[in-house]
Design a protein around this ligand. Structure first.
Ligand SMILES: [Zn+2]
Length: 439
């Protein structure tokens, strides 16, 4: 496992906080430009491989060219903007995506790309040459809302896109295939079909994805920045059912009922007790029954419910925890089935692996935040990000979260530019400290 390769190897230079401070005004200007160019019903829309994303890529590219960065795109039309350092490899990468969900917020994704540009612009203005090349990557098509597939751009960059996806995956709004969309923006679907890669994990020293937080953790902790320790993996039963028997509410004694509502209530309570116990033991976990329904064609206020359909979403940073919760879930369900005389059919199972952030990068970012006097608690990340693709390829990876109100994937997401500046200050100073080379 790639741990501890970079951070802490070289002491941080005391004056670095002021020297080459991030160009936050650049980010403010580009955020305003993005909002003006991609505004939609109070929010913004930047469809994956659509006009909004194209606008964002053109805006960012123009800025990079005027900064004098080396700019190129790959077969998927991901955009790379490089500032040369004292040594080329292994280079540092800062990146995130520029697409959005329909009528989303202006900061989800874009904050990571603009922070990368703010950092390198800060170095350029102060004449600071970073120890290693720094490439800011604007990633295509991260949001699954458009193609019902995640991480298209980052997977394509590593040659990990399944060739069948180029034909089989179509965009939800226009029905055109991913391959057609890639070609339309000047990409090279044939190269993607041949799984040609533009990035080589062995040549990337580290990847950092700055991103707005999409939950309330940092607001509750009163901290501007969070340092992510891992992206949670999951297991899910999207179409589970508890099956009992419909019966007359007044005529059926408790001991003869097969009440699916009472059984599912016991399951939810039992899962929450399990969650509390594991959390008290220091384990990372979320358990959510987000959908629960009796059948309107069959149910009635005077009937014992014979069936409840429900969903279950369990997430953790730990594979072991996910495995233990699955075992406990099925055991709990078997006990409840016996007690309530019902059956559980959990239906299909889908799962994803947790992505662990590099321990050395986490420690380095945390140490830098502390040196700068910025509150930056460690935290888990509950949603998927491109960083997971990099981390699962063994690239030392980190994520910086920026405090954000009102969640994300909606027009009301609200990031304070001062919080963005705090995260950028950490990132800027951390990149200057990364002198050690990857063994
Ligand atoms: Zn995002």
């Amino acid at each position: 496992m790639p741990t501890g390769r970079l951070a802490g190897a070289v002491p941080l230079r005391p004056p670095a906080a002021a020297l080459g401070a991030p160009d936050v005004a650049l980010a403010e200007r580009l955020f305003a430009g993005l909002r003006a160019g991609t505004g939609d019903r109070g929010g913004i829309t930047r469809a994956s491989y659509g006009p909004g994303e194209a606008f964002a890529h053109a805006l960012v590219r123009q800025e990079a060219l005027s900064l004098g960065l080396e700019v190129h795109t790959d077969a998927a039309s991901n955009l790379y903007m490089t500032l040369r350092g004292r040594t080329a490899e292994p280079g540092l990468m800062i990146g995130s995506h520029l697409d959005s969900v329909p009528c989303g917020g202006n900061f989800d994704g874009a904050a990571g790309v603009l922070m990368g540009l703010s950092v390198v612009s800060g170095y350029l203005r102060a004449g600071v040459v970073p120890p290693r090349d720094i490439t800011v990557m604007a990633i295509r098509a991260e949001e699954s809302a458009w193609f019902n597939a995640s991480y298209i751009g980052s997977r394509a960059a590593f040659g990990l896109l399944d060739p069948s996806e180029l034909d089989a995956v179509v965009r939800s709004d226009d029905g055109r295939s991913l391959g057609e969309h890639v070609r339309a923006v000047g990409g090279d679907p044939a190269a993607l079909r041949a799984r040609s890669a533009s990035l080589d994990p062995a040549r990337i020293g580290l990847f950092i994805e700055p991103h707005i937080e999409q939950g309330p953790f940092l607001i509750a902790r009163d901290a501007p920045v969070g340092i992510v320790t891992g992206i949670r993996g999951s297991f899910r039963h999207r179409r589970a059912a508890c099956i009992g028997a419909y019966a007359h509410s007044g005529a059926t004694p408790r001991t003869l009922r097969q009440d699916a509502v009472s059984a599912i209530a016991a399951l939810v309570v039992g899962l929450n007790e399990l969650w509390r116990r594991l959390e008290d033991a220091g384990e990372d976990l979320t358990v959510t029954v987000g959908q629960i329904a009796t059948d309107p064609a069959e149910h009635a206020f005077s009937k014992v419910a014979g069936r409840v359909d429900f969903s279950l979403d369990v997430r953790s940073q730990s594979d072991d925890t996910l495995r233990d919760v699955r075992t406990s879930l099925y055991r709990l369900a078997a006990d409840i089935a016996a007690e309530y005389r019902v059956g559980f059919d959990f239906g299909p199972l889908t799962d994803s692996r947790p992505a662990v952030m590099d321990a050395g990068v986490v420690a380095g970012l945390a140490g830098t935040a502390q040196a700068l006097g910025i509150a930056a608690p460690l935290m888990a990340c509950g949603a998927g990000h491109d960083a997971a693709v990099f981390a699962n390829l063994g690239i030392p990876t980190g994520m910086l979260f920026i405090r954000n109100q009102n969640g994300s994937h909606n027009p009301d997401e609200a990031m304070d530019i001062a919080d963005f500046a705090a995260a950028a200050a950490i990132l800027s100073r951390f990149c200057l400290s990364c002198e050690g080379s990857r063994p």
